[in-house]
Design a protein around this ligand. Structure first.
Ligand code: FEO
Length: 179
C-alpha cells in the first residue's frame, strides 16, 4: 500500500508528464507549420513518449493501491521565435522534469518506500537520455545558426532520430503487450 504522500507526489508527476506531452505536441505543430518536418516528427514522437511516461505512472499508482487523478492543464504556448527557441525550451523542460523525478525519489526514500524508489530508477535513467538528446540537438542547431543549409541538415537528422524513436516505441509496446 502506498502512502498518501507518495500518492500525491506521483499524481503531481502524472500531471507534469501529461503537460509535457501537450507542450511537445504544440512544439511539433509549430515545427510542422514552419517547415521543419523532421523536428515535427521528432516532437510528435516525443509527445507520444511523454504520454507513455504518464501511463506508466498511472498503472503503477493504481497497482499499488493508490488512485491516479488527472488534473487541469494550462494551454501550451503556440508561439516560438525559432527552432533554436523550441529546443532551448525542450532542454529546459527536461531539466525541470529530471529535478521533479529526483524529488519524488528523495521522498520515496524518506518514506522508506523502496518499491517506489526502485520503480523511479527507470525514470531517472530515462531523464539522463532525454536531457542528453535535447542537448545534442540544441548544440547542433546552435552550430547551424541562421544558416539555411545547416538547419536543413539538422532537420533531416531529426527525421532520422524520430524514426529511431518510433522503432523503439514500437518495440516497447510489443514487449508490453507480450507479443
Ligand atoms: Fe517524461 Fe521527457 O520526461
Amino acid at each position: 500500500m502506498i502512502t498518501k504522500i507518495i500518492e500525491k507526489a506521483i499524481n503531481e508527476q502524472i500531471r507534469k508528464e501529461e503537460d509535457s506531452s501537450r507542450i511537445y505536441l504544440s512544439m511539433a505543430s509549430w515545427s510542422q507549420v514552419n517547415g521543419f518536418q523532421g523536428a515535427a516528427e521528432w516532437l510528435y514522437a516525443q509527445s507520444d513518449e511523454e504520454r507513455m511516461h504518464e501511463l506508466k505512472l498511472i498503472h503503477y499508482l493504481n497497482d499499488r493501491g493508490g488512485t491516479a487523478q488527472l488534473a487541469d492543464l494550462e494551454i501550451p504556448t503556440t508561439k516560438f521565435k525559432s527552432l533554436l527557441d523550441v529546443f532551448q525550451q525542450v532542454l529546459k523542460h527536461e531539466e525541470y522534469i529530471s529535478a521533479s523525478i529526483n524529488e519524488i525519489y528523495a521522498i520515496s526514500i524518506k518514506q522508506n518506500d523502496y518499491s517506489t524508489g526502485n520503480f523511479l530508477q527507470w525514470y531517472i535513467t530515462e531523464q539522463i537520455e532525454e536531457e542528453s538528446t535535447a542537448k545534442a540537438v540544441l548544440d547542433q542547431i546552435q552550430l547551424a545558426g541562421e544558416e539555411k543549409g545547416g538547419l536543413f541538415h539538422m532537420d533531416k537528422e531529426l527525421a532520422a532520430l524520430a524514426a529511431k524513436k518510433r522503432a523503439s516505441q514500437l518495440a516497447a509496446a510489443t514487449t508490453n503487450a507480450g507479443i
